[in-house]
Ligand binder design. Sequence first.
Ligand SMILES: Cc1cc2nc3c(=O)[nH]c(=O)nc-3n(C[C@H](O)[C@H](O)[C@H](O)COP(=O)(O)OP(=O)(O)OC[C@H]3O[C@@H](n4cnc5c(N)ncnc54)[C@H](O)[C@@H]3O)c2cc1C
Length: 481
Amino acid sequence: MKHTRTDRIVVIGGGVGGLTTALLLAHKGYDVHVVEAQRHWGGRLRFVHCDGDRIDAGPTIVLLPDVLRRILHTCGICDVRMQACDPLVRMHFADGTTCARRADPQAMIEEMTQFAPEAGAQYARYIAQMEQRYAWGVANVLDQTFTNYSWREPARLFAQLARFGAMRSVHADCARFFSDARLHDAFGLQSLYIGGNPYTTPAMYALIGYAELAYGISYVEGGYASLVPRLVAAAQQYGVRMEHRTIERIAWTARGRVCAVTHAQGSIPCEAVVYSGEMHRLAPLLGMRARRRWQPSSGCFLLYIGIEGTYPDRDVHAFWLCAQFAQHMREVFRTGTLPTDPAVYTFYPSRIDRSLTKHPDDSVLYVLVPVPSGSTIHWADVQQSFAARIVHMLERRAFPKLSQRTRWMQMRTPADAAAEGLFAGGAFGLAPTWTQTAMFRPQLRPYPHMDGLYAVGASVHPGGGIPIVMKGAEMLVRSVF
Ligand SMILES: Cc1cc2nc3c(=O)[nH]c(=O)nc-3n(C[C@H](O)[C@H](O)[C@H](O)COP(=O)(O)OP(=O)(O)OC[C@H]3O[C@@H](n4cnc5c(N)ncnc54)[C@H](O)[C@@H]3O)c2cc1C
């Protein structure tokens, strides 16, 4: 279906996917209307506020900063200040050793030689393979839309992936390159950034860990969520209409063409709809039954803590690994039980940003524990004791006297995420499995027979994470409008 500039396009959802789509469409001269169910803009990209402090509630790791910058530029936002993080992330192992992941190859090799004297050669082999895979993956998967593909396409894709050895799991793939088991975790756990089990997620996703090393991790000054008011202001400046309503129905004609969206107070006629919510909710909005059962990503147990004073030795991004990482992953992805001895990620932006707290001598901390999505855990019963266990572990290993120095603390469980509409309480949308990747993931045209219906966002190809969701929005606008 061809669209003309006089078409009205309704974007359902004001997360980063919806806002980016709206801005790019407005730039092209379309009449755009964004409708968001929550009272805030940004979806998962937002702040937690308490006592005059703020800290990012969801995304913290700015991967592919150049992609982010480029798309923001296209949206007319050119003055975002970012700082490169060094180290990128520090891995703290249960035996007390640490490995800082660094963008500088020589510094990275120096870190690794404590674990294996031959690390230099191992790292060189890893980078050489990943460079090839990355170039292939960007050209053949990330930059591709799979709205029309022949039956040969999946076969061709899998044949090439097999040639790269990318059919095994991310973790098994790392074990091919590195001799020390600690490095398998240090180089393999990045599939967790999109809610995937490192022991089963296809090695194609090892590219996340490679992208981190090759392109760095940045920090958006003021916090990642400070992008949201910028996106909203730019959208308003370009004449995008924006309102807070929950869309209850997408109406379509007998000829299968969308014609309006309806909410509790009325309807908005339109020629196209871009849906940017979770996929399991799209079919009911269309008055249809879901065609497929999807698999959710992992959930997150989150603590946000206001701290008296600072911990000057702590890094911005750190993982605190446990003795049995495989067991933690089994509990998250197989048994659906509360982790007994979990690995924990900490984000301590106050290390480089003093603007986040009311008093510049204080600091804020974000703690994320991968936990099962779904409803196998009754969070209301266990969340307090689980939080106490996590704080105790952090006090012992990372932040001495944390509980004494805590000024405020908030927590968020998968039950809260589910209540806000995230699929099965998973944090990252659809899990990155083979059957939910590339042409097998929902596409920019999720129902190709339905004219004027499009989708963007974390659960749509090319996938989750802020820059990738923005890339999906860019691909949609470029390929359809
Ligand atoms: C804890 C956590 C940590 C993360 N860490 C990172 C990270 O470090 N780096 C990174 O890049 N990414 C990270 N992510 C992932 C990133 O946040 C997401 O990929 C991205 O924000 C998804 O954007 P979206 O627009 O697709 O979805 P959302 O942000 O979920 O936005 C969708 C919006 O649509 C609205 N909506 C849905 N249905 C309707 C309806 N019927 N009517 C009106 N509105 C509707 C929803 O209310 C929501 O606001 C993290 C996510 C979480 C939860």
